[in-house]
Design a protein around this ligand. Structure first.
Ligand code: ZN
Length: 64
């Protein structure tokens, strides 16, 4: 599974489901990151207060 991280808004998206509704269009390119590293994603959520995108949440449910 591939994740799309918005470092500006501190949100984690599922790269295949992320779209206009996720409101990352204003985020600078350098603040966008793609990763498949689940450990890294979990650390951002648990330690850096990143949030799972509510629009992509259904496919991120495995992170709970
Ligand atoms: Zn999203």
């Amino acid at each position: 599974m591939k994740y799309f991280i918005d470092h500006e808004k501190k949100k984690v998206h599922h790269s295949q489901h992320a779209g206009d509704q996720c409101e990352f269009s204003n985020t600078a390119i350098e603040n966008r990151e793609f990763t498949t590293n689940i450990t890294y994603v979990e650390r951002l959520i648990l330690q850096e207060n990143y949030a799972k995108c509510s629009y992509c949440r259904e496919v991120l449910i495995s992170l709970n």
